[in-house]
Design a protein around this ligand. Structure first.
Ligand code: NDP
Ligand code: 2IT
Length: 446
């Protein structure tokens, strides 16, 4: 490791003990940025990277609620307000039993660079709870969301901090959270994104992350004279991002052959077409069942406890969670001929897996670039809320496509190496950093 990176990381680890995911996210960025900062001493003297790795504010709170048996339950609530140099804090809320401070700090840190890449004026934040929505009734989820928002409402606002969904937070949860905010503040404002279409939501927001990850894969292929047409794709997860990834892949002439959840994965070599996807959406979004039911229903293979990376594919789109592609998985993907990895999830590849992609010189689109379509359309939802005018599906989708093209170009501009190889990871890290860093320089030591 570069001794300067090592020194920087020693300080990060000492100041943020027991937060391995945060260390991982910062180290990847530091490896791209420290050589760049050495060449641009104004960032070095103003300690921009040191400031960017310290949240502007961390809010931690108790979330008490009453379950259907009448018992009191207590969860932890968090909001990390990471950076507001280029706009109000913006980023999702995650409800999952694994949520802790370190995980949310990694997500908030990634969000700052991602939001900068979108070209829209959004700072970065992230929040959530260790609440597990699995197996809870709608009423329990509502009571939890109301208690969570009772505290969070003191800290957010349409010009201050605008949360949205992430793992375990979809349309249902955003509805309960919005209702409680409106009641407490007596204000109808765009304080959350991912809202329902009848009450301030944007068309294409539910689709945006998955669509964006597919558009990004297509852009990388097009830059190499190829396209998604006829390509076989392995997709992980079966939630919001995975579902719309499969939809757009199919629309663009590709074929998605896998889906997964935390119990296992399904392999359908015939492809998950529109009809089968509609069935998955009903299973996951309404019945809230397990993906194994897909294999039982359509008669294909199910791999208990296994991720989908062992199947033969041209393209991989991880869309479940962090560190879901490890070194061995990446080696298997490359060995089987996979040429494109476009990350729908946040930090789904371990550092060792990324090294495998870069050594094999495949097209690797890191999450902060490839999955930025979701927050980009959140930004467009904020614009529509400010104007009090909704845009059409076509308008939002066209803007999303332009944004994904621009992000791709930014990665090419900052990540092209002397031999012409595009290191999209380096390009995304530097491209995302520059705008935030220049804004921080202009605003003084704050
Ligand atoms: P959902 O809650 O809709 O779906 C999550 C999916 O991933 C489920 O299939 C879930 O399975 C699976 N999953 C979650 N945790 C794990 C785990 N520890 N191990 C294995 N599988 C797991 O979330 P989203 O689709 O919204 O989010 C997926 C990823 O995309 C996350 O990394 C998120 O941060 C990222 N992302 C989301 C955006 C958005 O707009 N929603 C925007 C940008 C990135 P199970 O049901 O078994 O838990
Ligand atoms: O990781 C992400 O970019 C999200 N979960 C979406 C954030 C947002 O504010 O739409």
């Amino acid at each position: 490791m570069d001794p300067k990176v090592e020194q920087f990381m020693a300080r990060i680890k000492a100041k943020n003990p027991a937060e391995p995911e945060f260390h991982q996210a910062v180290q990847e960025v530091a490896e791209s940025l420290i050589p760049f900062i050495e060449e641009h001493p104004r960032y070095k003297h103003a300690k921009i990277l040191e400031r960017m790795t310290e949240p502007e504010r961390v809010i931690m709170f108790r979330v008490p609620w009453i379950n259907d048996k009448g018992e009191v339950e207590i969860n932890k609530g968090f909001r990390i307000e990471m950076n507001s140099a280029i706009g109000p804090y913006k980023g999702g809320l995650r409800f999952h039993p694994t949520v802790n401070l370190g995980i949310l700090k990694f997500l908030a840190f990634e969000q700052v660079l991602k939001n900068s890449l979108t070209t829209l004026p959004m700072g970065g934040g992230k929040g959530g709870s260790d609440f597990d929505p699995k197996g809870k009734s709608d009423n329990e989820v509502m009571r939890f969301c109301q208690s969570f928002m009772t505290e969070l409402s003191r800290h957010i606002g349409p010009d201050t901090d605008v949360p949205a969904g992430d793992i375990g937070v979809g349309g249902r949860e955003i509805g309960f959270l919005f209702g409680q905010y409106k009641r407490i503040r007596n204000e109808f404002t765009g304080v959350l994104t991912g809202k329902g279409l009848q009450w301030g939501g944007s068309l294409i927001r539910p689709e945006a992350t998955g669509y964006g990850a597919v558009y990004f894969a297509d852009e990388m292929l097009k830059a190499n004279g190829d396209s998604l047409k006829g390509k076989v794709a392995a997709v992980s997860g079966s939630g919001n991002v995975a579902q719309y990834t499969v939809q757009k892949l199919t629309e663009l002439g590709g074929k998605a052959v896998t889906l997964s959840d935390s119990s296992g994965s399904v392999y359908d070599p015939d492809g998950i077409d529109a009809k089968k996807l509609a069935w998955v959406m009903e299973l996951k979004n309404i019945r809230r069942g397990r993906i194994k039911a897909y294999a039982d229903h359509f008669g294909c293979e199910y791999f208990e406890g296994k991720r989908p990376w062992h199947v033969k594919c041209d393209v991989a789109i991880p869309a479940a969670t962090e560190n879901e592609i490890e070194k061995g998985d990446a080696e298997t993907l490359v060995k089987n001929g996979c040429k494109v990895v476009s990350e729908g999830a946040n930090m789904p590849s371990t550092p060792e897996a990324i090294e495998v992609y870069l050594n094999a010189r495949i097209l690797y689109g890191p999450g902060k670039a490839a999955n930025a379509g979701g927050v980009a359309v959140s930004g467009l939802e904020m614009t529509q809320n400010s104007m009090r005018l909704p845009w059409s599906r076509e308008e939002v989708d066209a803007r999303l496509q332009t944004i994904m093209k621009n992000i791709h170009q930014t990665c090419v501009d900052h990540g092209t190496e002397t031999d012409g190889f595009v290191n999209y990871m380096k390009g995304a890290n530097i491209g995302g950093f520059v705008k935030v860093a220049d804004a921080m320089l202009a605003q003084g030591v704050v």
